[in-house]
Design a protein around this ligand. Structure first.
Ligand code: ATR
Length: 275
């Protein structure tokens, strides 16, 4: 059988680990998947998507800075992508419509719960940031029925807007928004979804949010411990995780959406750690 074409589209995209991840998935499952990276021009995303599918492409992952555009471009959206306002997965359905999905939140929850055994049900969760990355994961986090979800952001108004937007999904969970200095209490799980680490910056949190049992998760990943996780460790957090597992889990879920087969993630996470 000849290979079917998939790709990650972004700008820049050369650093993306997605081609490596999906080629490991293809090898493991025997699915005829060929997966490349495509750098779309900053002002030419829609055209690049059109060309990709017209030339026979089957599915796309979408990364920075195009996730919101991918969501807008789609003719229909998976329920979990609707509220996320951003899409990381595109494909055409049986009638040729462009469908958007978002597997980022699934990836985060799966990494926390299945890979690291973190209990989210009944947990007091602090999420840092209120940009696209955070918006994409709030729905799946709330589906786990935490006791509370506090959104802290540099620009408090953005956290307040997100808290309102997801109030319907919160159910019995207490949802609130504040600045970095305000939480003033201990949390069970702290998730850094700001892009501060990219600049080697730290959100200026008080260390009283962290106790010995607090689990800290940085949605970023890097070869060395991330700036945020280093800070959390220094303040006494016993378990800190970076976003590599999330990256592999969101990719696996995209693969399942496209191919109907969910690859095993553990060997792929291990392979990437050793790269
Ligand atoms: P992304 O798609 O990565 O979420 P984004 O939508 O631009 O990117 O959002 C970036 C997030 O990181 C925002 O919450 C931003 O805070 P503001 O809403 O106040 O801009 C946060 N952020 C970026 N740089 C930061 C820094 N140096 N310190 C703290 N927060 C920062």
């Amino acid at each position: 059988m000849s290979n079917e074409l998939y790709a990650v589209m972004g700008n820049p995209v050369a650093h993306s680990k997605s081609p490596r991840i999906h080629s490991l998935f293809a090898g493991q499952t025997g699915e005829p998947v060929e997966y490349t990276a495509i750098q779309a021009p900053l002002d030419g995303f829609a055209e690049a998507v059109r060309q990709f599918f017209e030339s026979g492409g089957k599915g796309l992952n979408v990364t920075v800075p195009f996730k919101e555009q991918a969501w807008e471009l789609a003719e229909c959206r998976a329920a979990r992508a609707e509220k996320a306002g951003a899409a990381n997965t595109l494909y055409r359905n049986g009638t040729g419509q462009l469908v958007a999905d978002n597997t980022d939140g699934y990836g985060l929850v799966r990494d926390l719960v299945a890979n690291h055994g973190v209990q989210l049900k009944g947990a007091r969760i602090l999420v840092l940031g209120a940009g696209g990355a955070v918006r994409g994961v709030l729905g799946p986090l709330l589906e786990q029925h935490p006791a509370s979800l506090t959104l802290a952001n540099r620009t408090v108004a953005k956290a307040e807007t997100l808290a309102k937007l997801f109030a319907d999904e919160a159910g019995a969970a207490t949802m609130s928004a504040c600045g970095f200095k305000e939480p003033g209490q201990l949390f069970d799980v702290i998730i850094n979804g700001t892009s501060a680490s990219l600049q080697g910056d730290l959100p200026p949190l008080d260390s009283n949010v962290i106790g010995a049992d607090t689990v800290v998760y940085d949605m970023m990943y890097s070869l060395q411990t991330t700036t945020f996780n280093q800070w959390a460790q220094d303040k006494g957090a016993s378990r800190v995780f970076d976003g590599l597992g999330m990256l592999v889990e969101q990719a696996a879920e995209s693969f399942r959406v496209w191919r109907g087969v969910l690859p095993e993630t553990a060997p792929v996470i291990k392979a990437l750690r050793n790269d």
